[in-house]
Write a protein that binds this ligand. Sequence first.
Ligand code: AMP
Ligand code: ZN
Ligand code: ZN
Length: 405
Amino acid sequence: MIRLFCYFLCVLALTRGAIAQEVSSDPVPTLLISIDGFRPDYMERGITPYMNVLAAQGAHGALNPSFPTKTFPNHYAIVTGLRPDRNGIVGNSMIDPHRPGAVFSLGDATQSRDPFWWDEAEPIWVSAEKAGIRTATAFWPGSEVSIHKVRPRDWLRYDRDISNQQRVEAVLDWLRRPAAVRPYFITLYFDNVDMAGHRFGPDSQEVNDAIADVDAMIGYLVDGLRQMDRTVNVVIVSDHGMAATDEVKAIQLDELIDRESYIAVETGPYATIEPAAGTDRRVYDALLKPHDHMACYEREKFPPELHYGHNPRVAAIICLAKPGWVILSGPSPYPLSPGGAHGWSNAMPEMHALFIASGPTIKQGADVGLMDNIEVYPLLEKLIGLHADVDIDATGKPAEKILVK
Ligand code: AMP
Ligand code: ZN
Ligand code: ZN
C-alpha cells in the first residue's frame, strides 16, 4: 500500500514537469547519469519508484558492457563509442610499452590524470566543447584530465566524500543558469551501489539501501528540475553489474608461478599478467595449460567476441575466471564471503548494465532489449545535436529505435 502510494506521488511529480515537453527555443540539455555497478534487475526489487517511472516514460533496456567489465574501461566506452581495446583505457590498471615501469591505476593520480593514457580517444564532452557546446561534469572517469587539451567547462575533482546530494545540487545549479552559460551536456556519477556490492554482495540489505538512496536522489533531481521548469534529456546507465563471490572460489596464482616471475596488472574475475622477463616461457607454460576454474590465453588468441587483446597496453597473458571465481595474487582486496565483484566475461548475465532514457524526443515505452554500451554514444550525439568527427565502434542502430523520427 505504502509502495503504491509512493508510486502515485512519483508519477505525479514526474509527469507534472521536468521531463514533460516545454515551449522554449533553448536547446534541451542532456544529462548522462551513471550508477556504478547497478544491475538492471535491481529495478525489479520494488525500491526504485522514481527510476521506474522514468523508464516507463521513456526507453529502457540493458547494456552489454565491454570487456573487461570494469569501471574505467566502460565509462570511457560509453562516452567515446569505442571499446576499451580502441579507446585506450584497457583496464582500471594498465601498463604501456612506451612508458616502461609505469602502472596506471585508480589510486595513482600522477598516472591516472596524465593525458597520455586518455588521448587515444576523444570523449563526447571534448568534441562538444570543440563544437562550441558547453559541458559540465559531476564526476566521470577522464573528466578531470585535459584530453586533447580540452576539459569540460565546469568539472569537479573526484572525491567519494562529496555526498550524492551535493553532486545533484551541483547539477541543478548548472541547469539553473541563464541559457548563455548553461551546460548542454552534463554528467553525474554515483558510486555507493558499487561500493556496497563489493563489500556485502549484490543480494545484501546494504545494496538495497544504496539503491533506494540513489533512487531518492534521482527523485530529488527531477523535483528540482520541475521547480525550475527545465526540460532535460535524462540518460541513466551503469558501467557493469555485480555477482556474488565466495572465499572458497579463489584461484591463487602463487600456487602456479613464483611471485617474482610475473607482474599481475589486474587480478579478480579476470587477470592480466606480464612475465617479469618479457619472454619467460615458464610463466606461459604454467598458465596456458588447462585449469579447472579459469582459462588463460595469449592476448592475441583471446576469444574474438570479447573484442580485446589487440591494444599494446593489454598485458601478454589474460586469464578469465569461471563465473563466481576470482584469480588472486596474494590476499583479496575485497572480502569474498559475503562480497561481490565484476570483471568476468560480458556473456555472464550478472555483468549486464542498466539503460534508461527519457526526454522529449525519446519514444515512450520503448524496450530496447540488450544493446552494446558503445551504442549509448550515438544516442548522446543525437540528443546533443553533435556530429563529432571521430571514428567509433558503435553502429548507431539502437539510437534510431529509441528516438522519435
Ligand atoms: P571498480 O573497482 O571497477 O569497481 O571501480 C569503482 C571505483 O572507481 C569507485 O568505487 C571509485 O572509488 C573509483 N572511481 C570512480 N570514478 C573515479 C574517478 N573519476 N576518479 C578516480 N576514481 C574513481
Ligand atoms: Zn564500476
Ligand atoms: Zn566495482
